[in-house]
Design a protein around this ligand. Structure first.
Ligand SMILES: Cc1ncc(COP(=O)(O)OP(=O)(O)O)c(N)n1
Ligand SMILES: Cc1ncsc1CCOP(=O)(O)O
Ligand SMILES: [Mg+2]
Length: 211
């Protein structure tokens, strides 16, 4: 049985949109999403604090799992549900402070070695990516593909997992068939011609996550 060193999350986090504004958080929570991330890049803490406060308030109002990407100090200060960090972020983070504050922690990984690093931290969930080519973030490595993803999922057993990177509606069923607990998406929703229809379809495929 996987025992995280941070508060647990359900194995099935379901559809997990990653968005860059409070407006998107509000829309998607209203549409039924229950796991979501605010990912604002390259701003100073004081430039994002108001958005983080607003996002956390929305998360609480909808009883949703709202993760803050990168800005772990502000996530602690304002009582977010959780924080998402990459491997480089981990080096500059006071993990004890996140743990002491009772926030969940998600950690990015791209290969077996990074999974080793993540497992040593014992986070609430492990993200695996990027599965397919993505236009949303510059990636230094090649996409891992479905086969590698399935190998990682088998290795991780009952550890809560999230797949990310290039996941479209068409690709979602094959990703979910690996047994991953959640699919994180950016462009499949934010660049969709009809984001409401896309969100409804993805929610149908992945669910909103377990309680
Ligand atoms: C669910 C999820 N998985 C991976 C990432 C990427 O995090 P990171 O590697 O720290 O890169 P940035 O998002 O900070 O550019 C994520 N944000 N969410
Ligand atoms: C933030 C992030 N981390 C790994 S891939 C990615 C972007 C995923 O975006 P998309 O779903 O549009 O490919
Ligand atoms: Mg990061």
């Amino acid at each position: 049985m996987y025992q995280p060193d941070f508060p647990t999350v359900p194995f099935r986090l379901g559809l997990y949109p990653v968005v860059d504004s409070v407006d998107w958080i509000a829309r998607l929570l209203e549409a039924g999403v229950r796991t979501i991330q605010l990912r604002i890049k390259d701003k100073q803490d004081d430039e994002v604090e108001a958005d983080i406060i607003a996002a956390i308030a929305l998360g609480q109002r909808y009883n949703a799992r709202l993760f803050i990407n990168d800005y772990w100090r502000l996530a602690i200060k304002h009582g977010a549900y959780g924080v998402h960090l990459g491997q480089e972020d981990l080096e500059q983070t006071d993990l004890d402070a996140i743990r002491a504050a009772g926030l969940r922690l998600g950690v990015s990984t791209h290969d077996d070695m990074e999974i080793d690093v993540a497992l040593a931290v014992r986070p609430s969930y492990i993200a695996l990516g990027h599965v397919f080519p993505t236009q949303t973030k510059q990636m230094p490595s090649a996409p891992q593909g479905l086969e590698q993803l399935a190998t990682h999922i088998a290795r991780l057993g009952d550890t809560p997992t999230v797949a990310i990177g290039g996941i479209s509606i068409a690709r979602a069923p094959a990703v979910l068939a690996t047994g991953v607990g959640s699919i994180a998406v950016v462009s499949a929703i934010t660049q969709a011609p009809d984001w409401q229809a896309a969100t409804a379809q993805l929610l149908q495929l992945a669910g909103a996550g377990d309680e």
